[in-house]
Write a protein that binds this ligand. Structure first.
Ligand SMILES: *[C@@H]1O[C@H](CO)[C@@H](O)[C@H](O)[C@H]1NC(C)=O
Ligand SMILES: *[C@@H]1O[C@H](CO)[C@@H](O)[C@H](O)[C@H]1NC(C)=O
Ligand SMILES: *[C@@H]1O[C@H](CO)[C@@H](O)[C@H](O)[C@H]1NC(C)=O
Ligand SMILES: *[C@@H]1O[C@H](CO)[C@@H](O)[C@H](O)[C@H]1NC(C)=O
Ligand SMILES: *[C@@H]1O[C@H](CO)[C@@H](O)[C@H](O)[C@H]1NC(C)=O
Ligand SMILES: *[C@@H]1O[C@H](CO)[C@@H](O)[C@H](O)[C@H]1NC(C)=O
Ligand SMILES: *[C@@H]1O[C@H](CO)[C@@H](O)[C@H](O)[C@H]1NC(C)=O
Ligand SMILES: *[C@@H]1O[C@H](CO)[C@@H](O)[C@H](O)[C@H]1NC(C)=O
Ligand SMILES: *[C@@H]1O[C@H](CO)[C@@H](O)[C@H](O)[C@H]1NC(C)=O
Length: 441
């Protein structure tokens, strides 16, 4: 048996059996059987990586204007016709995009970007960038884009596009980036978007999509999936962990139910996951601990409860952890505080009851915030009455024994942990938090 396993067993036991009480003193180290990890969940779909490039990647799509003499243009008549129709529908154009939509060289239109269409080997319309154009009017996204057959990138945040996407987009053979954030879409999740199977970037945040997200969303091969700030109010489908997305934001919806166990299946891809600001409940699945490439894990402001699984000690890359404003309880596992990249761990506004020396070290370094918990002897804690009334009610978790599982080899407890003075320290630069900011109007 590895010494580190013994050590973690001790901590595990503490986490799991500790009960808050005002007169609590640390219990003697108990012994309990080591629980060996079950095999991690596996994806039920397979993905082809790396993906073949669609357009020649040596051509950077967007900065290629002006394109004064492109030669023959792919699908010219069709694109000009739909552009004039869109122009007629645009009732508000504060930056005068449509003023440039004249003549028959669409490569010169503001917001239009051309490139060589691989299968046609002539210049075509590869990119639309209407981000922040603030077009007003009744603008039908589906009708517009289905008439842009060579499109690769469609960015149109902060406009007035709407309308049902009532058929597939699979005619768009090169389509790989869609940004429809902050438009006027309503209704259920636009499942037909998922027929564009080459999408690597899916940004539907800040719309008014309601109800359920389809299981197919998480069987869909994409790198980036932003669906925050909609009104999704059902559970996260159980196949969640099938997603190969590196960056995921489901924040600020009304998702209910628990975090699916399958999340552990995404261990080799999931890098940043933002679930904050929903109505998620239940206890954390220990399978989160398989996510050893995650740098950001944020479940703040939900209705989650239970202890922190010891498996979190395996999230070796974790830099930013937010669990604030939930109903978590128990001692904060020392293995969590030993994580080498801990930078901003926010566990405030819960009902945690105890911290050990490693966590005290992080608190002193201002990397761990445990304000407004039930930790005796620390400042800024909840009142004893608050804590007592919380603990008066039992809050059991299903699968309680799994909270002790440590599905990795932890560094020996005696090993020195890194300190702030260490020179190779790079502050984290998370990419997904910017998705929580509404694109500017
Ligand atoms: C819009 O742009 C066009 C072409 O650049 C120009 O002729 C027109 O005067 C502009 N309109 C406004 C309202 O600025
Ligand atoms: C594409 O067209 C150019 C000339 O326009 C030609 O030189 C080149 O060989 C063509 N490439 C392919 C793959 O057909
Ligand atoms: C934007 O679209 C909505 C509905 O789709 C409509 O009610 C509203 O008037 C439009 N806004 C502008 C500025 O055209
Ligand atoms: C333009 O408006 C008409 C009438 O509302 C609508 O049928 C059509 O789909 C719109 N087209 C585009 C490209 O927005
Ligand atoms: C995705 O790209 C591949 C390779 O270019 C192509 O064969 C396929 O048809 C595309 N899929 C869709 C749905 O357009
Ligand atoms: C979530 O539901 C509550 C009502 O239970 C509602 O007040 C709130 O606006 C909803 N949030 C979102 C993002 O729709
Ligand atoms: C979700 O929202 C819809 C539309 O607002 C509402 O009809 C439905 O009752 C909600 N479902 C749940 C589970 O909250
Ligand atoms: C991450 O976890 C996987 C499987 O759980 C394991 O094979 C791999 O070695 C781990 N990587 C690191 C850096 O610990
Ligand atoms: C740490 O994270 C919390 C919660 O996400 C955030 O409110 C706070 O600003 C962050 N602190 C720093 C120094 O980044």
């Amino acid at each position: 048996m590895f010494p580190q396993l013994l050590f973690s067993t001790f901590l595990l036991f503490n986490t799991y059996f500790f009960q808050f009480s005002i007169a609590q003193t640390c219990p003697p180290p108990p012994t309990c059987p080591t629980i060996s990890p079950p095999p991690r969940p596996t994806r039920t779909v397979t993905y082809v990586r790396p993906r073949p490039p669609l357009y020649d990647l040596s051509l950077r799509l967007l900065p290629r204007q002006p394109f004064n003499n492109p030669g023959p243009l792919a699908n010219r008549a069709r694109i000009l016709a739909i552009t004039q129709e869109l122009k007629r529908n645009i009732t508000f154009d504060p930056q005068n995009y449509t003023g440039t939509w004249v003549g028959n060289n669409y490569c010169l239109f503001k917001g239009f970007y051309c490139d060589t269409v691989p299968d046609l080997n002539i210049t075509g319309l590869a990119g639309i960038d209407f981000n922040g154009a603030r077009f007003g009017g009744n603008l039908n996204f589906f009708r517009f884009i289905t008439n842009l057959p060579d499109i690769a990138i469609f960015h149109a945040n902060s406009n007035n596009f709407s309308g049902a996407i009532n058929q597939g987009l699979n005619g768009l053979r090169y389509f790989y980036e869609i940004d429809l954030s902050n438009n006027k879409f309503i209704g259920g999740f636009p499942t037909n978007v998922l027929s564009a199977t080459n999408l690597t970037f899916v940004d539907l945040r800040f719309n008014n999509y309601v109800g359920t997200v389809p299981r197919s969303l998480f069987n869909f091969d994409t790198d980036v999936l932003f669906i925050n700030h909609n009104v999704f109010n059902r559970t996260i489908p159980s196949n969640f962990g099938n997603t190969p997305a590196l960056y995921l934001t489901l924040a600020s919806n009304n998702f209910t139910g628990s975090i699916p166990r399958s999340i552990g299946a995404a261990w080799d891809t999931m890098t940043e996951v933002l679930l904050l600001g929903n109505k998620l409940s239940g206890c954390l699945p220990f399978e989160i601990g398989y996510l050893n490439r995650s740098t950001v894990f944020d479940v703040g402001s939900n209705r989650l409860t239970g202890p922190i699984p010891q498996s979190f000690g395996c999230m070796a890359k974790l830099q930013i952890l937010n669990m604030a404003h939930n109903k978590f309880y128990g001692p904060i596992p020392e293995v969590l505080c030993r994580l080498p990249n801990a930078f901003n761990f926010t566990l405030s506004n819960n009902y945690f009851t105890q911290v050990g020396p490693q966590c005290m070290r992080l608190i002193r370094l201002k990397r761990l915030n445990v304000n407004r918990n039930c930790i005796m002897g620390l400042p800024f804690q909840r009142s004893a009455a608050d804590c007592a009334s919380f603990f008066a009610r039992p809050r059991p978790c299903a699968r309680e024994s799994t909270f002790n599982i440590v599905p990795c080899r932890l560094p020996a407890a005696s090993m020195r942990t890194r300190t702030v003075s260490q020179e190779d320290e790079v502050p984290p630069s998370p990419r997904s938090y910017s998705a929580l900011i509404k694109p500017p109007h």
